[in-house]
Design a binder for this molecule. Sequence first.
Ligand code: FAD
Ligand code: EPU
Length: 336
Amino acid sequence: MIQTNFDLKPFNTFGISANANRFAAFSSIEELQTILQQRKQQESLLILGGGSNLLLTKDFDGLVLKNEIHGFRFVSETDEWAIVESGAGEVWHEFVMRCIDLNLSGMENLSLIPGSVGASPMQNIGAYGVEIKDCFESLTAYHIESGELHTFDNASCAFGYRESVFKHEYKGQYVICTVSFRLKKNAIVNTSYGAISAELAKNGISNPSIRDVSNAVIAIRQSKLPDPKQIGNAGSFFKNPIVRIEVLSEIQTKHPEVPHYPVDANHCKLAAGWLIEQAGWKGKTIDTFGVHKLQALVLVNYGGSTGSQIYELSSQIIADVASKFGVSLEREVNIL
Ligand code: FAD
Ligand code: EPU
């Protein structure tokens, strides 16, 4: 059923009030097709998962399609690995927990990331040393124009840091319906990210299981990222910028301690949160919105703010960091 003049506030983790002209949920490809038959000519579409990577800066003059395709199944398995497929509308964290319950390893470092399974390939979600591309097998996606179901393997998704083909070449063309992952039965845990090993050591765990790693990740995340149920936010608002080594050297002349991570011989990644904090924005509050006090990369809505106020704040931060450090920050969150 298509609803009209629909408030999206409960459907985005920023908790921004914005009306969609029309809104419908679908739980199968057939339902999706039926709704699309009622699409008006030239009507804009927004495919919505958990709304945890969106900033609504105005009302949406179009049709919002909320993905509620559920399901979980084993596609194939050997003694070493299993390929599991999830419906795109499943909640990401619940899917990860289910895999951990089945003792399948690969995604435990991605515990507690909000949102749906279907959105996970959009920006190749990542945290604590792992990205989905590390265990992604394939996805099926409905091609809106032709009505065909296409399969994408790992290479054809062109995954990068917070990037995939669905944000660029195929932007707006597909509805991701199922996603499959190749997971290991004999766990090889990844505790390379300093904060994980520190959390495990704090708890006296020297030979961690995948559940131990998941619990450590959950504890770290809860200690610094605001829970959207309490404070509106969409996680990191900006990407960590990749810059030339000369830019790093210039910053190091004044700030030898600047955190940085190698990318290749000529480039490194800087921590946007550090740059924003050094520029003096951390914890800054303007009326009902601002920069989170524990994580400067996260912009927050304390309630009642508009998306354009938060967008304007992000523009001020971009300009300030550019003038103070000569680094341009790019927004990670999808702006509508
Ligand atoms: P939505 O916000 O609903 O949609 C995001 C984009 O994907 C939109 O462009 C939408 O149109 C498109 N889309 C969604 N579903 C589909 C589909 N089925 N088919 C086609 N297009 C689709 N991200 C990380 O990578 N790492 C983190 O550690 C992380 N931490 C976070 C912490 C917090 C507190 C929050 C609020 C967010 C965090 N995020 C993180 C961002 C966010 O959780 C992810 O980007 C997540 O994958 C978004 O899922 P979603 O279902 O909410 O997507
Ligand atoms: N830092 C500061 N001040 C801050 C925040 C961070 O100085 O306010 C410094 C930290 O001290 C550390 C460095 O920046 O030296 C990196 O911080 P952290 O480990 O917290 O990670 P991040 O770079 O801020 C990224 C991802 C997160 C992901 C974590 C863990 C991006 C844009 N963000 O954050 O992803 O969960 O690493 O892997 O890559 C998201 O995408 O929404 C997200 C939350």
